[in-house]
Structure formats: C-alpha cells, structure tokens
Design a protein around this ligand. Structure first.
Ligand SMILES: Cc1cc2nc3c(=O)[nH]c(=O)nc-3n(C[C@H](O)[C@H](O)[C@H](O)COP(=O)(O)OP(=O)(O)OC[C@H]3O[C@@H](n4cnc5c(N)ncnc54)[C@H](O)[C@@H]3O)c2cc1C
Length: 394
C-alpha cells in the first residue's frame, strides 16, 4: 500500500513513521524548500498521549534535550514592579507529561527518523487530485492508495478535496503575529509578558543567542484585511509601554513576520473516499491557543494504527470515530485560553496581574484549577486511548 502525504511538519512525519512500521510505502510532499530546523519557529506543546507517541518513536530523550528552557515568565506593568513567576507554576494545571519544544527542532527530529525510508519531496505541492491519483507541482503523477492532507490550517489537500477554506474556518475574534528580532529587552532566558485591554505580547529567547521572538495576540471582532505589519502597528500602537514600543520598532525589518487570524477548522467529517486529513488541516483548534500539536501527533499515530488493521475506508471511519471526542473538546479550548490570556478590559488586566502575583502562593489545588484553562489543551486527549504500537517494519 502506498500513502501520499502532504506536509512535513508534525502530523505528516509521525504518520509517515508509523505507516512505514506497518509496511506501507510513503511519499511526503512539502511546500517548504527543506526540513525545518533553523532556530525554531514557535514553541509548541506535547501533552500526555503525544509524549507517549514520541516515546514509542524512540525520540523522547532527544525531544526532552531540545525542549525550551524558558523557566520563568515576567509580567511587566507600566509604573509598577514586574512580577516573575516560574513557568512550572503555570503548568500546575497540566496533568501528565508535558514538553514544550520549538516546532522547527521537533519537525527536524521527526524528519531525521523517517528520511531514510520515506520518499520526501521538498519544494513540492499537490496540484491536482483525482481520487488517490495526484499530479504534483514537479510534473510527476503519483498513483497512491491513500492521500493525506497533513498540511496545516491552510491545507492544500483540503481545498482540493473538500472545497474552499471559508466553508470550514471559524474565526475566534483574534489575530496572531510573530517575528524574530534582536534581543532588545535583554531579559535573558525569561519570557517577558505584557498585557493591555484586548492585547497580549510575549517576547522570548530563540535558540540563536542574541535573538528573541515576539508573539502578539490581539482581539478584534471584525475580520481585518491588509498588510499584517500595518494592522499590528495600528492595533498595538504604544499601548503596551516603551519596552514593547522598542520591540515594535523592529517590525519593519522582520523577514520572518507571520500574521494570521486565530481560527479553527470545523468539519463534520475529514475523510472523503481515499483522501483524509490529519492535524490542523482537518481540525485545527486555533494556532497558539489550542494545543494543536498534541492533537496532530496523537491523531497521526491513531490513523496509522487503524490503517494497519484493515481496508482504507473502514480504517478512515474508525479514525474519525476515535478522534471525534478529542476534536469536539479541542474546539472549546481556544476561546477559553484566549479569554484567560488576552484581557478584555482594564479590570481583567488588573486581575491577570493579581492572579500572576498570587499564583505561587496558592495551595496546589487552587493553582491547578487556575491554570487548567477549563480542562484545557492537556485534558482534550484524556479520552484518547492509543492503540498498541502494532506491526513492526516489514
Ligand atoms: C505562532 C504560532 C504559535 C503556536 N503555538 C502553539 C503552542 O504554544 N502550542 C501548540 O501545541 N501549538 C501551537 N501552535 C499550533 C501548532 O503549530 C500546530 O497545531 C501544529 O504545528 C500542527 O501540526 P500539523 O502537522 O498538523 O500542521 P503544521 O505544523 O501547520 O504543518 C503543515 C505543514 O504543511 C506544509 N504545507 C502547507 N501547505 C502545503 C501544501 N499546499 N503542500 C505541501 N505542504 C504544505 C507546511 O509548510 C508545513 O510544513 C502554534 C501555531 C502558530 C502559528
């Protein structure tokens, strides 16, 4: 059996690894020119079952070794003393194992353990799809038994097989901007955090000494169109104080600026014939607020396990059934996390500061409750039972 997977970030390589273990032939096309390594992209979270999947792939030690090392977070407030908190306190509400890692190194490790026996084609996309026959941008035609879109929120496979993104996109009322800049704040390994009504920003070190990355979350009820840098400048202005104004000065020069709306992908079913979706492509819970990485890794493993045990159409039905609960749960997370980390008004800005100050002094159960984000990203996978690792490589 031959699978053609689009996307080589998280879901794609995890699926490729397990399909190879189950004896499939695997081709992966990826739009980017090479495997992501560099200095990281953004931080992502692996919770519970996703950590189990990484462990079963023999990668646990290397992923742990590559984890982020931002052990403290400092909330800066205009005219007031900053408040510093151990990130471990913020993680009290996370049950089970949790690893934070930059997406680049994670994707790099996943590529490394699959590259020897998976046919990776970088700088390539699927241009046409007829059942499981795909015409690639390279001009090649691939005649597969299964085509999988693991190509993220703006999935090309979804557009080809299920229609335009607008049909499935649910805007959560906020935008996200990320870019790299010199370490102008000089805050070292701590995550610097800032809030104002409708706005939250964090600035944290990258893996490259002397560089940091800024991440902005901005509420907006209207959908905004136009140049992301201009939109961010307009919305943030100087409302987060002089430190963030200094960060915004580097916006113009940022070559890796990323700006997107925070939206979920909501589909009733993410399989059609021999085509299916995995990870953000089929049920993205919202970038930066939804725990999509864990869902992507665990779901890819489940999909491979189902494909190992029967015909493709039955396997896809069982895959959807297994994921239905976690996917439904994941849709509640983004709005709840946004509510907790981007204050709506001055009162909430004040409350956030008080909660941050008090958190380390609270008894553990209260800390757990305050940091669980209403059952949050970690809990969404609670109901998911990972099938045994199954067949070995043929
Ligand atoms: C700024 C930001 C911050 C985030 N923070 C967190 C966080 O703190 N915690 C967390 O868990 N998650 C976070 N996420 C979400 C997380 O990155 C995703 O949920 C996760 O990466 C999903 O993995 P995936 O493999 O499904 O898709 P993606 O990681 O999106 O990968 C899709 C891959 O497909 C490729 N691709 C796209 N289109 C095509 C095409 N047409 N053809 C071929 N290839 C294509 C892309 O280049 C990419 O390599 C964040 C996302 C962003 C943008």
């Amino acid at each position: 059996m031959h699978a053609l997977i689009s996307g080589a970030s998280v879901a794609g390589p995890v699926l490729a690894y397990w399909l190879r273990r189950h004896g499939w032939r695997v081709t992966v096309v990826e739009r980017a020119a090479d495997a992501r390594a560099g200095d990281g992209g953004h931080a992502v979270d692996l919770f519970g079952p996703a950590v189990d999947v990484i462990e079963r792939m023999g990668l646990l030690d290397r992923v742990r070794e590559a984890r982020t090392r931002n052990d403290t977070i400092t909330l800066f407030r205009e005219g007031r003393a900053p408040i510093t908190l151990a990130t471990a306190d913020l993680a009290t509400g996370i049950p089970g194992r949790h690893i934070e890692i930059m997406r680049g190194p994670l994707a790099g490790l996943l590529h490394e353990v699959t590259r020897d026996d998976v046919d990776y084609r970088f700088g390539t996309v699927i241009e046409r799809l007829d059942g499981a026959t795909a015409v690639l941008s390279s001009g090649d035609t691939v005649d597969a038994d299964l085509v999988v879109g693991a190509d993220g929120l703006h999935s090309g496979v979804r557009a080809l097989a299920f229609g335009p993104e607008e049909r499935y996109r649910r805007f959560l009322g906020a935008y996200l901007a990320v870019y790299t800049l010199p370490d102008v704040l000089g805050t070292g390994p701590t995550v610097a955090a800032f809030t104002a009504p409708g706005l939250a920003a964090t600035v944290y070190p990258t893996l490259t000494p002397g560089l940091s990355r800024a991440l902005f979350l901005v509420r907006s009820q209207q959908e905004l169109r136009g140049d992301g840098k201009e939109i961010l400048r307009g919305l943030a202005g100087d409302r987060l104080g002089p430190r963030v104004a200094a960060v915004l000065e580097h916006l113009g020069a940022a070559g890796d600026f990323y700006f997107d709306d925070i939206s979920q992908i909501r589909m009733d079913s993410w399989s059609r014939g021999p085509v299916t979706l995995v990870g953000d492509a089929g049920y993205g819970p919202g970038p930066a607020v939804g725990g999509g990485t864990s869902l992507a890794a665990a779901a890819a493993y489940v999909l491979a396990a189902e494909l190992a045990t029967g015909p493709v159409d039955d396997a896809l039905r069982r895959y959807e059934a297994a994921l239905a609960g976690p996917v439904r749960h994941s849709r509640r997370i983004g709005p709840s996390v946004l509510g907790a980390i981007v204050p709506r008004n001055r009162a909430q800005v004040w409350l956030t500061a008080q909660a941050t100050r008090l958190l380390p002094r609270l008894p553990r159960p209260a800390r757990r409750w305050l940091t669980s984000f209403g059952g949050g990203p970690a809990a969404m996978l609670d109901g998911l039972v990972l099938p045994p690792a199954g067949a070995t490589r043929s």
